[in-house]
Design a binder for this molecule. Structure first.
Ligand SMILES: C[S@@+](CC[C@H](N)C(=O)[O-])C[C@H]1O[C@@H](n2cnc3c(N)ncnc32)[C@H](O)[C@@H]1O
Ligand code: SF4
Length: 331
């Protein structure tokens, strides 16, 4: 049985300004994954509140955590948070990061044994393209931090979003990554309805390529590219040389009863639980604040959080299925 995962946005701010994120007009506030109900001026959770929330999720059955943001390494307590979770019993303790400011933590990282994976968002190995996408000229720095982590023996995975317009670059990307002793996750493009980023529907429709198509493309263009096998976690896996490659497939989702009447009907369905930097808890990418959520701070105060999270946990027991046609019909 696969582990049920949570994604806490432990920093609302980011040190990059990526084109797919809603960062450009918000003075560093990166809200792509940070679905707050309160304004940013009302502050963020304290580390103590975060730890209490992680404990409640653990008690409710969740055993995987991937810190995100914004950029999670801008929260100086990210390492101690992961250690706390590992000590609690979480079996998967990960960080999703752009690695731009990893240098601040280099002295603390040797010997760390409580991080199961570093998931590094890296869409290109081309310096100019990196600058275009992130608006920061830092490819060398990020690559040096990747090599540093690999050198320490950490499990490092590169995340890249697949798009039709950058499909040809993918061949070079896979070849380059295979020399780094990392794994890759190729994420099919998600359309975030209601976000005020540039991510609009026509662009999504012209840029989306299915994970099966991505695999076929790579198989046809790279000698000795592996076969495609089911990954059981919203996707597929394959390999190249010794490198493991996961293809995330948003067509494979879980839909609960409430999805059927949902005014949003998102692409990914019941996929992960997001905890925003103000403690808002939801499974839904709810940019318009129109769906139900749990106020984590209040639920901690009245001691109802664990019980309420158990209800969310039950929804994850639903089997994955194909709901893509329904999604496209409802767009
Ligand atoms: C928003 S970032 C936040 C965490 C951290 N700052 C980082 O850069 O990894 C999280 C991930 O979302 C992915 N992502 C962004 N837009 C996406 C989209 N439209 N479809 C699929 N994945 C997307 C990015 O590739 C990145 O790996
Ligand atoms: S937004 Fe939430 S309720 Fe609506 S379809 Fe997505 S997961 Fe289901």
């Amino acid at each position: 049985m696969s582990i049920k995962n949570i994604r806490p946005a432990i920093s609302p701010f980011c040190n990059m300004n990526c084109r797919y994120c809603s960062n450009s007009n918000n003075a560093g506030y990166a809200k792509m994954e940070d679905f707050r109900r309160s304004s940013i001026s009302s502050g963020v959770l304290s580390t103590d509140q975060w730890l209490q929330i992680f404990k409640c999720f653990y008690d409710a059955g969740f055993k995987g955590i991937s810190l995100t943001g914004g950029e999670p390494t801008l929260n100086p307590d990210w390492l101690s948070m992961l250690k706390y979770c590992k000590d609690l019993g979480y079996v998967s303790t990960e960080l999703t990061s752009n690695l731009l400011t990893l240098g601040r933590y280099k002295e603390q990282l040797p010997g760390v044994d409580y991080i199961t994976k570093f998931k590094v968002s890296l869409d290109t190995f081309n310096k100019e393209r990196f600058y275009y996408l992130t608006r920061v000229d830092a490819l060398e720095n990020v690559l040096s931090n990747i090599n540093f982590l690999v050198g320490l023996g950490f499990n490092v995975q590169l995340n890249r979003v697949t798009m039709r317009s950058t499909q040809e670059e993918l061949i070079e990307y896979v070849e380059h990554a295979s020399k780094l002793n990392v794994s890759i996750k190729l994420l099919d493009l998600v359309y975030y309805k209601g976000s005020n980023s540039d991510n609009d529907i026509d662009e999504w429709a012209s840029e989306f390529i299915s994970s099966e198509f991505t695999w076929l493309y790579l198989k046809n263009h790279i000698k000795d590219f592996g076969n495609m096998e089911s990954d059981q976690r919203y996707g597929w896996q394959t390999s190249y040389k010794k490198m493991n490659i996961i293809l995330k497939d948003s067509k494979l989702t879980k839909r609960s009863k409430r999805c059927q009447t949902c005014p949003l009907y998102c692409q990914e369905g019941i996929f992960t639980v997001r905890i925003a930097s103000d403690g808002t808890i939801s499974t839904c990418p709810d940019y318009k604040n129109e769906l139900s959520y749990i106020d984590g701070v209040r639920a901690l105060q009245d001691k109802s959080l664990t019980e309420r999270l158990k209800n969310i946990f039950k929804e994850f027991k639903i089997k994955e299925g194909y709901h893509f046609e329904e999604y496209v019909r409802k767009l």
